[in-house]
Write a protein that binds this ligand. Structure first.
Ligand code: PLP
Length: 355
């Protein structure tokens, strides 16, 4: 039976990206050696990093003055590196969920943290509006897509102070006006690559503004200077990122990814809204195109396990919701096919007919 991977992360990648990475693990660049056993400083590996950076710049239309880095440590290490590198006195954060809260927790170790607004009062089911960004803070941090709650900020915010965004789970799913950001970052394992690499897009002249000493490895300037090669970078995940970037380019770039995301979301949200058993958890104007969260209506709650088993029997993988939200979550990243979303909608419809 065909399986549809709706996992939230690590998550679906195009089959050809996986096959190309697997092939390079057996024989990299006709060298007779595996990608896993070559030096990151090998002559034929540098072009991999260079092309990955160039494609990130091309696909996201990144202006001059920005550097793309591929680092280790995940988005979670960035939560600490950001205040280390940018927070002198005070930072502003928009609290839209668990990841935003974790980012704030780290920043508090470095200075004052202002929670500009929070949607915690309604379990993060909406994106706060009409908040005021304090102009005396060093930066404003947002989480553009809230992977757990299925909410997304799809419009680039105008910020009077440097804007920093965690785009772990919606990078490359839509065009972004990078010039509005001082930094964009994320773990690769949602929409860019396999787990193990972190992408950072940083405006070079936004760095070097804090007075504290920064350990070499945690200083973005180290990695800017060394082109992500200060120490051994995650070679295989960078390679699979490159394969995926090539794939995205060949399939029409981020505009095409955005169009597909809208089509997929229309199918899945359309079925949630139509189906008598289910209801979406996020407020409509905050709905994420990447992570679609829904629950059974109160009167059908007892069908929870039954629907999970039914969906699994139909080839749906990973539709269980995060424990903080419950219910179900269909993560529809770039590589999820329209066919997969139609299969999920058909499965929900069939389940409805049985009840
Ligand atoms: C998954 C995720 C993270 C955590 O990423 P790691 O690479 O595991 O540290 C952070 N932020 C968001 C929005 C995520 O979806």
């Amino acid at each position: 039976m065909k399986k549809y991977n709706f996992n939230a992360g690590p998550s679906i990648l195009p089959r050809e990206v996986i096959e190309q990475t697997a092939a390079a693990c057996l024989d990299f660049d006709n060298s007779g050696l595996s990608l896993m056993e070559i030096s990151h400083r090998a002559k034929n590996f540098q072009p991999v990093v260079d092309e990955a950076e160039a494609l990130m710049k091309e696909l996201l239309d990144i202006p001059e003055g920005y550097k793309v880095l591929f680092l280790g440590g995940g988005a979670s290490l960035e939560f600490c590196m950001i205040p280390f590198n940018f927070l002198e006195k005070k930072a502003a954060y928009l609290n839209t969920g668990v990841w935003a809260t974790k980012a704030m927790k780290e920043a508090k170790l470095f200075g004052e943290v202002v929670e500009v607004a929070s949607s915690k009062d309604k379990n993060f089911t909406y994106i706060p509006k009409d908040f005021v960004i304090p102009t005396d803070a060093d930066y404003f941090h947002i989480t553009s897509n809230n992977t757990i709650y299925g909410t997304e900020i799809r419009k680039d915010i105008d910020s009077p102070i440097p804007l920093i965004a965690d785009m772990s789970s919606d990078i490359l799913s839509r065009p972004v006006d990078v010039s509005k950001y001082a930094m964009i970052y994320g773990g690769a394992q949602k929409n860019l690559s396999m787990a193990g690499v972190t992408f950072v897009i940083v405006k070079e002249d936004a760095l070097g503004k804090v007075s504290r000493q920064i350990p070499t490895m945690l200083d973005y300037r180290t990695h800017v200077k060394k082109g992500s090669m200060f120490n051994t970078p995650p070679v295989v995940p960078i390679y699979s990122a490159l394969m995926n970037l090539r794939y995205i380019k060949a399939h029409g770039g981020v505009e095409a990814m955005d169009k597909l995301a809208q089509e997929r979301a229309k199918i899945v949200y359309g079925e949630i809204d139509r189906n008598k058993l289910f209801v979406g958890t996020a407020e409509e104007d905050a709905r994420s195109l990447m992570n679609i969260t829904f629950v059974l209506k109160p009167e059908y709650q007892e069908l929870q396990d039954e629907f999970m088993a039914f969906a699994t029997s139909k080839g749906m993988v990973g539709v269980k919701g995060h424990r903080d939200v419950g219910g179900f979550r269909a993560s529809c990243y770039n590589a999820m096919s329209i066919e997969g979303c139609e299969a999920l909608a058909a499965c929900m419809k069939e389940f409805e007919a049985q009840h």
